[in-house]
Design a protein around this ligand. Structure first.
Ligand code: E4P
Length: 226
């Protein structure tokens, strides 16, 4: 499963990239609004940090398909070819997806709450479909089960993968990872929680203490005669 960062904060992105195996960054209009800055300025900065080969996902705002298509052209011109244009999965969005996929654009169908939205987006040429796991849970439905059903439905589609989004905890990601979901986009604090564990910290501390008992305070394998 690919792992992406769902954030637009440059310092967060740099920190998470320095530690973890990351495939790209996703944003949405609400995430960009948190920066209070020009969206292209922020997205260009993210592109510079992650490089040309990483995935950058950014969303169109227009309501009409024709305008979404124009936005997509401008966004990819400015942000580079490995930019996935996020398009809301509504009827006008599907119309734009059908057009843009024929033109060879990379598309992430977003705002997905139901398996049949995922089906329609895949049939309209989306490369990714992005179900909102936690927001589905908040509706009283089951985000994990809905996403698994989407995976089963998409099984016959050669091109489309799931980019699961909207997570609140590590277990949700683990369940989808074990099910073979193609990608997940996750906020920095939840990525940290994938590995944060008091038992691991204690084990590493014990190893250091035992080594220092053997070789002296502050010593490492660098300080030992070979
Ligand atoms: C991704 O496509 C979504 O924009 C995002 O993950 C939603 O996450 P949230 O439910 O935490 O806002």
């Amino acid at each position: 499963m690919k792992l992406l960062i769902d954030d637009a904060d440059i310092e967060n992105i740099k920190r998470i990239y320095s530690y973890y195996p990351i495939d790209g960054v996703t944003t949405n209009p609400s995430i960009l609004a948190q920066s209070g800055r020009n969206p292209y300025e922020v997205l260009k900065e993210i592109r510079a940090v992650i490089g040309d080969n990483a995935e950058l996902h950014a969303q169109v705002i227009s309501e009409k398909a024709e305008d979404m298509i124009e936005e997509a052209h401008k966004m990819v011109d400015i942000l580079g070819k490995n930019t996935y244009v996020k398009i809301p999965t509504v009827p006008e969005g599907l119309k734009a997806m059908k057009h843009l996929s024929k033109e060879g654009y990379k598309i992430t169908a977003t705002a997905i709450y139901t398996p049949m939205q995922a089906y329609l987006a895949a049939r309209s040429g989306a490369d990714y479909v992005a179900p909102y796991v936690n927001r589905i849970d908040n509706l009283g439905a089951n985000g994990i089960e809905s996403t698994k059903m989407m995976q089963d439905i998409l099984d016959g589609e050669q091109k489309t993968q799931i980019l699961a989004a909207s997570f609140k905890n590590a277990n949700q990601i683990q369940e989808l990872c074990a099910y073979g979901i193609g990608a997940a986009t996750v906020a920095p604090d939840v990525i940290d929680n994938l590995i944060k564990n008091a038992c691991v910290t204690a084990a590493v501390k014990d190893f250091t203490r035992d080594f220092e008992t053997l070789c002296g305070k502050g010593k490492t394998m660098l300080d030992c005669d070979a």
